[in-house]
Design a protein around this ligand. Structure first.
Ligand code: ATP
Ligand code: MG
Length: 498
């Protein structure tokens, strides 16, 4: 592609078969159809598109009829066509949105009449470029770029389509999207657009948690190490939007840190997120949030209990952003546990307690978070900080001793059968105590010894603990009889095999 392209220039594109077939079927049926949005933007700037969007004059039900097996997803009239190769093409009817009543979503969406109308309601000029095929067999077509998006791309500029003030007034999410796209594409937010955002950051208050979360997620997923999540987050801060969306994070600005690397707690948090893998946005979010508590706990140069305060704040943000329970729980646990301090003089029992406190499922991510936290502090790497040693010791004790109820030599069933304790909370309490005892002394993890311990505690607690008659006089050795009995009564504790 030589020289800057303009509206109406011809452009040849090598299309994936499914995209070509989709455009061809629409054209054959007599409907105007063009490639739009991110895919054209990426192609024009020499990148590989990650999704393919087609805009067409055909109404959604017409599109759905043309592509048997396609899925008509939402009220915005997007039909997803899936090719034999698994590639998905989103086909959306030209749109023209009605007035925005609440600055978040259009009050109504009506189908637009033309591609040009559709492009005019898109957010940024670089996203408002289309390619209309003229000869699909050869990949020939023309550029439709009424807002000068290709030129802006060339100038490194992210500019709102039309009047920035009005466009942001329609949908405040565009302020967040501005930071995301500018960061991801390496663009500068054009002055008029940036000024409009700086005048209205508080409009972002009304945005739904889901929409903000989805944009934040895409910032966190940034795969290019040259433009990590911090690029977009700093832009959000600079535009005045961060303090509105994530005041808890913005509050870390100016909170002093005594770290080898310069900067405040905000800089440190961004660096921590950047140091985590792109494929793990939730883990990156934990990196971003791990020190949230520092803004509220600073006293005499210390941040006592900041992991507890931070976990509370992270849970609140998680709820606001409508994270799933599982995501929010994971995030909160990571923040809560991130301050562990290993010392080589820990006993094996201490290592086991650590695993039990943190949860074996969290360990890998907790270690990744610590490594990133260290890197972001300018601290030496795993060998020097004992992380590797702790990891090795965890492996050793996990191989040798029980860490959860499941690994105890008895289970709740044994307690109810052998000690005739009624099923209930006492059973769980006894198992907890047994596990504590076994963590201290793995040699205790034998059926007879555990039952004996439990019997003593249950009696102390006033529970009747006589053995059921079934296991007496069975004629077998104690252990075998018990195993037998347990197996024979599964599903019906009252039944006694005779
Ligand atoms: P990505 O590769 O990140 O998916 P994209 O350009 O496909 O980039 P999307 O968020 O998937 O970005 O949006 C697809 C297209 O829809 C955009 O290019 C833009 O033209 C339009 N669009 C999406 N959201 C908005 C919005 N809030 N306001 C205006 N136009 C929007
Ligand atoms: Mg997209």
């Amino acid at each position: 592609m030589a020289g800057p392209m303009r509206d109406g220039d011809s452009l040849t594109i090598e299309l994936p078969a499914t995209v070509r077939a989709t455009l061809a079927r629409l054209a054959d049926a007599g409907h105007d159809a063009a490639l739009v949005g991110g895919s054209v933007r990426d192609l024009v700037s020499g990148q590989v598109p990650n999704d393919w969007d087609v805009a067409t004059a055909a109404a959604p039900e017409v599109v759905a009829d043309l592509f048997p097996g396609s899925i008509w997803e939402n009220r915005f009239g997007t039909v997803t066509v899936r090719g034999a190769d698994g590639l998905e093409v989103q086909v959306t009817t030209f749109r023209f949105e009605g007035p925005y009543l609440d600055r978040r979503r259009p009050a109504s969406v009506s189908w637009g009449r033309s591609l040009e109308e559709d492009l005019s309601r898109r957010d940024f000029t670089v996203n408002a470029i289309a390619w209309r095929p003229t000869n699909l067999a050869s990949g020939g077509g023309v550029l439709v770029d009424p807002h000068g998006g290709v030129n802006d791309l060339g100038q490194g500029m992210l500019r709102a389509v039309g009047d920035p003030e009005a466009r942001i007034g329609e949908d405040a999410l565009r302020m967040v999207r501005a930071a995301r796209f500018a960061a991801r594409l390496g663009l500068r937010v054009e002055d008029g657009t940036a000024d409009a955002i700086r005048r209205h950051p508080r409009e972002a208050i009304g945005l739904s948690g889901e929409r903000v979360r989805d944009e934040l997620w895409r910032m966190l997923e940034a795969p290019d190490p040259e433009r990590p999540p911090s690029t977009a987050l700093r832009l959000l801060e600079d535009l005045g939007v961060l303090v509105v969306l994530l005041p808890e994070l913005a509050a870390l600005r100016g909170v002093p840190q005594d770290k080898a690397l310069a900067g405040d707690a905000f800089d440190h948090s961004l660096r921590t997120a950047d140091a985590l893998p792109a494929g793990r946005p939730l883990l990156r979010l934990a990196g971003l949030f791990h020190d949230l508590g520092k803004a509220t706990t600073l006293a005499d140069g210390h941040f006592i209990g900041h992991e507890v305060a931070g976990a509370r704040l992270a849970a609140a943000v998680g709820e606001r952003l409508r994270l799933s329970r599982a995501e929010s729980g994971w995030l909160t646990r990571l923040v809560r546990q991130h301050m562990f301090a290993y010392r080589p003089d820990w006993t094996d029992a201490a290592v086991r307690r650590f695993i039990r406190r943190v949860g074996a499922d969290l360990l890998d991510d907790l270690f990744a978070l610590r490594a990133a936290d260290n890197a972001a502090s300018g601290v030496a790497q795993p060998e020097a900080t004992g992380l590797d040693e702790l990891r090795a010791r965890i492996e050793a004790v996990t191989a040798s001793g029980p860490l959860s109820h499941a690994q105890l030599a008895i289970d709740g069933r044994d307690l109810t059968d052998e000690l005739a304790i009624a099923p209930g909370p006492l059973v769980g309490e006894l198992l907890d105590r047994l596990l504590e005892a076994v963590l201290d002394d793995p040699a205790l993890n034998q059926r007879d010894r555990l039952l004996e311990l439990a019997r003593g505690w249950a009696e102390d607690a006033g529970a009747p603990t006589h053995q059921p008659g079934s296991n007496e006089g069975s004629g077998l050795g104690h252990g075998e009889a018990a195993d037998d009995g347990a197996a024979a009564t599964i599903g019906d504790p009252g039944a006694v095999p005779t």
